[in-house]
Write a protein that binds this ligand. Sequence first.
Ligand code: NAD
Length: 352
Amino acid sequence: MKSFTYSGSPAHIVFGNGASSDVATWVEKLGCERALVLSTQHQAADGEALAKRLGALAVGVFPGAAMHTPVEVTEAALAKAKELGADCVVALGGGSTTGLGKAIAYRTDLPQIVIPTTYAGSEVTPILGQTENGAKTTVRDASILPEVVIYDPELTLGLPMAMSVTSGLNAMAHAAEALYAQDRNPVSTLMATEGLRALLDALPILVKEPRHLEARGDALYGAWLCGTVLGTVGMALHHKICHTLGGSFDMPHAETHAVMLPHTIGFNAGAVPDLLEPVARLFGGSPGGGLHDFARSVGAPLTLSELGLKQVDLDRAAEIATQNPYWNPRPFDRAAIRALLQDAWEGRRPQN
Ligand code: NAD
């Protein structure tokens, strides 16, 4: 048999409709009694409601989380945590809010409880991306992995449909790249395939019926599996290009993943069709073509141009994305990435 290494995550994962109402129990199980609740400005009312539910176990709310975890926001939140004597953080929201909780934990080792309301998957990874002076850097550390994650589908009923679709495709991107990761193992491949299946089944139902509770639960289940493989095996071309477009061109995170996914997977399918067979089987046709057809069917954005990227920026994007060498199943050069970006800018259906 093929040799492999497998490490399980030490986090507690809780799933259930209404499970977030048990958050106080989890604060106590962690041995904490002074939680700082985190949210974005947009979800401030939800953060306040959660703090109210925690009662004496909550010392305050910091509703300032922002995309790409700016260091100045982290410093303001740290000051508030110190001033209030917080002994844990409870992050309620998407990847941006989770990112703020992780940034605090990385600097203080405070325990984290995350209640995710998108499908980004950050809550189950020991990875923190943060921005300072316009540059995005990534760190990986055991202190960054949240201790408890509470998945409550009821909290995702109001996630706007456009965001549900792009966030779901963001999750699928983690799973698709996990299938050909150099350090993949049988368990990561199982999780990736099942995560893709769950989101493939759930998203078309949600497009028709956004408040379909069972499909919301399936989508979160898929997001958990896809996030878990992101946290355990290495990513390649797809994540590198999206990191470049987000970090250097301020492109929106989930939407960029959604547009790029068929193109990067189609590109790599030429080299590893056997490893991407689960994608071809689930989505029909070729891996890239099947993902393109699925994205179109659920109303996802299909072009980088509609996300606001200018065609004149494609040369520079190709240059930045190929500056530092990294592993990918199919070798590439700047010209190949430039061509791939052109296809994504125009939204062409991939051949492979
Ligand atoms: P987000 O957290 O920025 O959320 C987008 C907007 O939607 C916010 O205003 C948020 O408040 C709102 N929102 C979230 N859930 C909602 C709900 N249920 N109802 C209504 N509004 C809701 O978006 P995201 O795509 O989840 O996260 C993106 C960020 O996460 C990026 O910074 C990305 O780098 C990071 N990320 C990190 C990892 C990792 O492992 N480190 C993985 C994935 C994403």
